[in-house]
Design a protein around this ligand. Structure first.
Ligand SMILES: [Zn+2]
Length: 215
C-alpha cells in the first residue's frame, strides 16, 4: 500500500525535493512518533498529533528535506482498521502538517499481519525501497525517526541514522537496541521537535557539499 502525495505538496508550493544531488531524507514512523499511540487508531477524530510536530516537519521541508512516512498498520489485516478510515486519518494528518507549511511527500503502509511474513513490515526495507524508486530519493543523508526498536532496526537495514523518540511506552525496548551500539550513528530525542533540530544540525555537519537551503 502506498499513497503518493508529492503532487499535493507541489500544489501547496512546498519544496519536497532538494535541488541538489544529495538531498536530506527523513523517514518517520506514525503512531507514538507523530501522534499519540492509542492502539489501532481507526478514526480521524481520535488522531492526536503531538505538539510541535507539524511545525518541525515544516522546518525540515524549508531546509530542503524530504519527509516520508513509513508505518506498520497490522490493524488492517486484523480487521480493526478500515482502509477508508486509514485514508481519512492520513488526510487529517497531512492537513495539520500543511497548515504549518509542511508536507509529507509519500506515505508507505504495511497493512499485513506479522504472521504473514510479508516483505514490507518494518524493520524490513521494502517500503523504503519503494519510496526510493517512486520519490527518486537518495539515502546518502537519511534518517529514520521512530519510537520502536523496529524503527531503529529499519535504520540499520537501510544504513540510515536512527533517531529514537521517547514519546511512547515502546521506547524502553528501543533504547536498549540503540544503547547496544549496533547503529553507527544514533540519537535519542524527547520528541519530534528535538529530533528535527538535531537532524538539521547533524546534516549540516555531515554534508560535505552545501546542500541545505538557508532558513
Ligand atoms: Zn507488509
Amino acid at each position: 500500500m502506498a499513497a503518493f502525495y508529492r503532487k499535493d505538496c507541489e500544489l501547496f508550493n512546498i519544496p519536497v525535493m532538494s535541488s541538489t544531488s544529495k538531498p536530506l531524507t527523513v523517514f518517520f514512523d506514525r503512531d507514538g512518533t507523530l501522534n499519540q499511540d492509542v492502539g489501532y487508531l481507526d478514526s480521524a477524530e481520535d488522531l492526536i498529533v503531538f505538539p510541535g510536530v507539524p511545525e518541525a516537519l515544516a522546518r525540515l521541508n524549508e531546509a530542503g528535506g524530504v519527509v516520508v512516512l513509513v508505518t506498520n498498520q497490522s490493524g488492517v489485516a486484523r480487521g480493526l482498521i478500515l482502509e477508508d478510515n486509514l485514508a481519512r486519518i492520513h488526510e487529517a494528518l497531512q492537513q495539520s502538517i500543511q497548515a504549518a507549511g509542511g508536507c509529507i511527500a509519500g506515505w508507505y503502509i504495511c497493512p499485513h499481519h506479522p504472521n504473514e511474513g510479508c516483505a514490507c513490515r518494518k524493520p524490513k526495507n521494502r517500503l523504503v525501497k519503494q519510496a526510493v524508486a517512486e520519490l527518486n530519493l537518495d539515502l546518502t543523508h537519511s534518517y529514520v525517526v521512530g519510537d520502536k526498536d523496529s524503527d531503529m532496526q529499519l535504520a540499520y537495514n537501510i544504513g540510515a541514522v536512527g533517531v529514537l523518540v521517547t514519546t511512547s511506552s515502546h521506547s524502553d525496548k528501543a533504547l536498549t537496541y540503540v544503547s547496544s551500539g549496533v547503529l553507527s550513528r544514533s540519537y535519542v530525542a524527547s520528541g519530534v521537535p528535538e529530533a528535527v533540530e538535531w537532524i538539521l544540525a547533524d546534516a549540516r555537519r555531515h554534508m560535505s557539499e552545501p546542500c541545505l537551503n538557508e532558513s
